[in-house]
Design a protein around this ligand. Structure first.
Ligand SMILES: [Zn+2]
Length: 301
């Protein structure tokens, strides 16, 4: 009897809550989606956990142990003239996308990443997130390349400089957001000072800047930012705490390890810098790197 009851509860949970949550998620309504992941994780804890057979029936909701998410960090994507060692040419960028396709990668959203890291939500076994730091205008053509391939990405904007000489305009941000492209906060005005302020432990100034950026999102975009990208990789537990107190779910950091897996801290997501400086811009080097990631993280050829 208990078995049947548990099953009923779980089925109700899935059909009545999970399905609407999927459509809500695609509209960017994050809190409900997050609630659902929590709900069905609780569902596993309350009663169903012991019933191996029942759990197996629903294993399709969870990721397999080989699943990982690779997060790539780009800056400016240039078509004519390189501006810095962080740049990647548009031709190389297009090659990166086709290499990832060739190796069976699929792009996922921020809520997918969070659900996976925190609750082992099912995502494609080889998942990728493209991030573009500093809000360069070139994210507009880059996002088009991703969209043509059925993919999406995340632009980390410095909110105090939206519409400046190098940064994307608010109209472009809104247009991209309507097409499912996502935006993370990457500070308000103090981007270049985060490393120094952290070293000097000026947490009050850092917090003011983070809150100002969140306010910008609330005033001009659909909602609070779901993710924050640490400027200059400036991270410690206190900054992480400032973010979680502001209900930010994901923190994008720099390189710690090649890929992110279930159980990793969502407030420090490791990223691989793809630039001419790191040499991964070169498609041959990029492919060798992707091949190594796949080999290290998968039992399948
Ligand atoms: Zn930056």
């Amino acid at each position: 009897m208990k078995k049947i009851l548990n099953l009923l509860i779980f089925v109700c949970l899935l059909s009545s809550i999970f399905m609407p949550a999927v459509s809500f998620a695609s509209e960017g309504n994050v809190p409900l989606t997050v609630f659902i992941y929590k709900a069905y994780t609780l569902g596993r804890l309350y009663g169903i956990k012991k019933e191996e057979g029942i759990l197996n029936e629903y294993s399709g909701l969870f990721s397999s142990k080989d699943t990982f998410c690779l997060v790539l960090m780009y800056h400016n994507i240039y078509t004519k003239k390189k501006q810095s060692v962080y740049d990647v040419s548009m031709d190389d960028f297009k090659r990166h996308v086709s290499i990832l396709k060739k190796y069976g990668f699929e792009s996922i959203t921020l809520t997918d990443l969070y659900g996976f890291l925190k609750f082992n939500k099912k995502i494609p076994e080889r998942s990728v997130i493209f991030t573009f730091d500093d809000g360069f205008k070139s994210v507009v053509p880059a996002s088009k390349v991703l969209r043509e391939n059925g993919w999406t990405g995340v632009s980390s904007i410095i909110t105090g400089y939206v519409g400046s000489s190098w940064e994307i305009s608010l109209d472009d941000i809104r247009a991209l957001e309507n097409m499912g492209f996502e935006f993370a906060s990457h500070s308000h005005k103090l981007h270049n000072l985060y490393g120094k302020l952290l070293k000097e432990k000026k947490y009050d100034i850092l917090k003011r800047d983070i809150v100002a950026s969140i306010e910008y999102f609330k005033d001009n975009l659909k909602e609070s930012p779901f993710a924050f990208t640490y400027p200059q990789g400036a991270y410690d537990k206190k900054i992480e705490h400032i973010l979680s107190s502001q209900d930010i779910k994901i923190g994008f950091g720099l390189f710690r390890k090649k890929v992110n897996k279930f159980g990793d801290n969502p407030l420090y997501v490791s990223r691989i810098e793809i630039s001419e400086r790191t040499r991964y811009a070169n498609p041959t080097k990029f492919e060798a790197f992707i091949k190594s990631v796949v080999e290290e993280n998968s039992n399948k050829p």
